[in-house]
Design a protein around this ligand. Sequence first.
Ligand code: XMP
Length: 509
Amino acid sequence: MILIIDFGSQYNQLIARRVREHHVYCRIEPPWISLAEIKALAPEGIILSGGPASIYEKNSPRVDIEIFNLGIPILGICYGMQYMADALGGEVKRAEKREYGLAELRIKDATGIFYGIEKKTNCWMSHGDTITRLPKGFSVTASTVSTGVAATENPLKRFYGLQFHPEVVHTPMGKTMLKNFLIDTCGCRKTWTMKSFIKESVREVRALAGDKKVILGLSGGVDSSVTALLLHQAIGRQLICIFVDNGLLRQGEAEQVKRLFKEHFKMNLRFVSAKRMFLNLLKGVVDPEKKRKIIGRAFIEVFEKEAHKLQGVKFLAQGTLYPDIIESRSTFGGPSAVIKSHHNVGGLPKNMKLKLIEPLKHLFKDEVRVLGKKLGLPEDLIWRQPFPGPGLAIRIIGDVTQARLSILRKLDTILLEEIKENGLYRKLWQSFAVLLPLKSVGIMGDQRTYEHITAIRAVTSTDAMTADWARLPHSLLGKISNRIINEVKGVNRVVYDISSKPPSTIEWE
Ligand code: XMP
């Protein structure tokens, strides 16, 4: 395994994914990880990530300097390289000119980390500091027009530094550089596959759970579905999945979950219909945060009540993914402001005294999808777009009623049919309809109408932190609008949301 020290770069999750693409397992840990913990992980090599700090600033992040005496290869990227230079007796100063963007890299020798790479290749730079004096034993291995030390190495110690980012696509040979480091320098073997992951996890879960029961809140989303399948493989009917139908789901979704998990996979699934309860609680509530809180609380209440009916439950399973763990550690900067309360982040029943099982907590989303496929999850579920916990309630602006839910389900169904038909479903992060509390005048046949407005939202994104409105073809927008106005009673106007995040959010509430 490879240990990645997180100095706060926006790219460090990308580094981890690139390492895993070479079938090498890696972990991201904060710089305050102790030497003893590092030794216990027994990494074959260490990657020091980039970061926003300057090494000469007070309180710049540092990892235990003893890592340089472990006798294992170390690769420093950007800030990571500057930390290495500084720690080993070199000097780093502010560069005369900040270098940002594409640069031509001139490689001295195609050896070491540059083995098999042409002497001129592009790389992606993003730095304001530069190495002005190298530590003893190091030499320059590549430079650019503005940066004398674009890469450095101490081959005897197997320490390497890259000022640019090999993990981004703008460094086309970055993949080869990482491979050279991982496979040739560190001697990692390519053993990290989802097949090996399943075997290992099944063994771990069996050892942990013994003969005790495990409960899991199954939502029908990718993460909880994959968690369910993995645990089912490990402990069979000792796993009890609880599915709460809150009445705020899309057309046919609750039935699909029931059919798939209970009938097809033969899982121990408790299906709780709580539609009326949720709708009653939401009556007259228009404030988005209130809606979210009510739904969050009601979900926990229903879940707990159901769980209490069971005997011998000792574990609660959750589909937490690696980015949630890394981000919640909040290595740098304070916790970000709460913009919307996402009820399913931060946990489920607190007073049930259950131990957590989170079998996906070291996986990235794309790995979870591969895993899902290996476990037999149908394609349409593997590639399902994210759907918020509070469901359609936060896509109905204003009062949530049965009648309005029924309109929104029809809108949503038409939209998704058209998006899928045009091969866009997987390309979009999300695509959905929002029902507005406004009415506008229209004309249908010879009749004046006065009906609702719907807004269509379609965005592209990689992580939901930022998103861009999708440039859907006009012909497709035309078809969607046409179908909606013809097929959905109560709606006579369709608008398209052309705002990006930030400053807007993906959901409307
Ligand atoms: P926003 O609207 O904040 O949404 O840009 C970012 C992503 O999060 C999803 N979302 C939620 N997911 N529970 C969830 O599980 C929630 O309460 C919730 N609210 C928003 C949203 O669909 C988007 O993918």
